[in-house]
Design a binder for this molecule. Sequence first.
Ligand SMILES: NC(=O)C1=CN([C@@H]2O[C@H](COP(=O)(O)OP(=O)(O)OC[C@H]3O[C@@H](n4cnc5c(N)ncnc54)[C@H](O)[C@@H]3O)[C@@H](O)[C@H]2O)C=CC1
Ligand SMILES: O=C(O)C(=O)Cc1ccc(O)cc1
Length: 289
Amino acid sequence: MSTCLVPRLAVVGVGLIGGSLALALKAAGAVGEVVGIGRGRANLDKALELGVIDRATQDLAEGVRDADLVFLATPVLSLTEVAATAAAHMKLGAILTDGGSVKGSVAAAIEPLLPVGIHFVPGHPIAGTEKSGAEAAFATLYHGRRCILTPTAHTDIGALDLVRRVWEIAGSSVVLMDVEKHDRILAAISHLPHMVAYSLVNAVGSYDRYEENILEYSAGGFRDFTRIASSDPTMWRDIALTNRDALLEMMERCEAFFAELKEDVRNGEADKLYEFFQRSKELRDAIVK
Ligand SMILES: NC(=O)C1=CN([C@@H]2O[C@H](COP(=O)(O)OP(=O)(O)OC[C@H]3O[C@@H](n4cnc5c(N)ncnc54)[C@H](O)[C@@H]3O)[C@@H](O)[C@H]2O)C=CC1
Ligand SMILES: O=C(O)C(=O)Cc1ccc(O)cc1
């Protein structure tokens, strides 16, 4: 009989987020067996080869059957369907959690589907990179980062405690938050920057006056600013669709500042431009150490 925190972990979607949690728990000796569940055989084989998972299956029902904890790490729009199938085949008392970037739609859709005796804890590790797939996973991704859990009135306290300990063992500090606050904060600090980066790359990459790819002339600033535009398009499509209202509000705020800047450039407003840039620098220097 295993004495580790999670005797059997099932990870649905063995990519950056699911794979990294598996590796972190393995490194800490907190997990017995890790079962990886996915749609593509090639990614599962890679995950096996890299030691991210111990067993692989493309059959969700079979993969979750004996799991004590099931971690859903697939794109946000797939989570409800995956959760419904997983929950229907999990053992009584097992815990289901997720790492989706948007929480309001996820918790609201999944909770009504859960059979009695299956506990759901919505979560979101605030850690990541622009890379995807099992090859992108690494054990220290969550070190020194935050993980937001968004329990609802229905969340089981024991399940919440176990998921909290899982993320702490993975190296994160856990913050509890209500879903609306989560979705608004993430729209501002994560989802808006991705939309801006995607737009910037399009604006510059489609500029064809000189019939050559001017992205090849990019210096450090362009690379830093647009790294996140290399992120997975399915993931970001799902985030944009499921956090629509909060994201639109932030995109409008951003548009207003851009419009102000445009007017000041057009009118040669030296003092206003200086103030705009000075204020931005102070804000940025205070936020990002
Ligand atoms: N990439 C990041 O930096 C972060 C991502 N997230 C969230 O974590 C989740 C996973 O993201 P990543 O690990 O980056 O993606 P990923 O693309 O690296 O991995 C997702 C895996 O799920 C598989 N998959 C997709 N649909 C599936 C389905 N219906 N059934 C089984 N497998 C399926 C994909 O084939 C892929 O292997 C997403 O919900 C994302 O919003 C959360 C925090 C950070
Ligand atoms: O690569 C980066 O800097 C990110 O911003 C990663 C990221 C993407 C999505 C999330 O929900 C959380 C973190």
